[in-house]
Design a protein around this ligand. Sequence first.
Ligand code: MG
Length: 229
Amino acid sequence: MENFNAKDIKAVLIDIDNTLLDFNKCATECIRLAFNKFNLKFDQNTFSVFKVINDELWLGIEKGTLTKKQLHEVRFNRVLKALGQEFDGELVEKEFLLNLKECAIPVDGALDLVKYLSKKYVLCTASNSFYQQQVNRLTTAGIYPYVSHMFISEIVGFEKPSKAFFKECLERLSLDKNQVVMIGDSLTADIKGGLDFGIKTIWFNPENKQATEDCDVVVKSLEEIKNYL
Ligand SMILES: [Mg+2]
């Protein structure tokens, strides 16, 4: 970790959900709004149930065993089933996504970090998601003006952690592997993806999870990233 050297770094790829924007806080609020609309029961347990199912489904997308369309079809049907509530999950999903498009709660220190990084590097977001939605959310959060490139899987054409995703980013930047660093909270998508492709990685690990990948740097707060970049 002490060996991390930023001298060749020209561009920073940074994940959006749960790195720059607090997806968990947003999702909780958006589920609450959707459940209220359809008179479904929402309590403290609802988000944890959603999170387990959602994480599992996203892992499927990373592995290529599930499509996003399938995720939207099954996600809230599974959540409602697990909660013992009967309702059309796809309707809840639609309402949830509508709310999510608007929701943007920054992670602590995110705005400060993007201001700092954008002065020193070409700052790029790298996210498995939908382009316009992420533009809207980063704009609401005040982050969008600091981003030079939005590498969003929907327009890049590939998902993290595939090598093709990172290759496409570097081609669009006309940079080599040693000139780019990937920052993100996901060991599977961001860190393993970056490592397998051969670029430096910084793992944002605020919950102190057990490391299963050999990243270059681990930080608990976004603030700490400034010590390395
Ligand atoms: Mg993330």
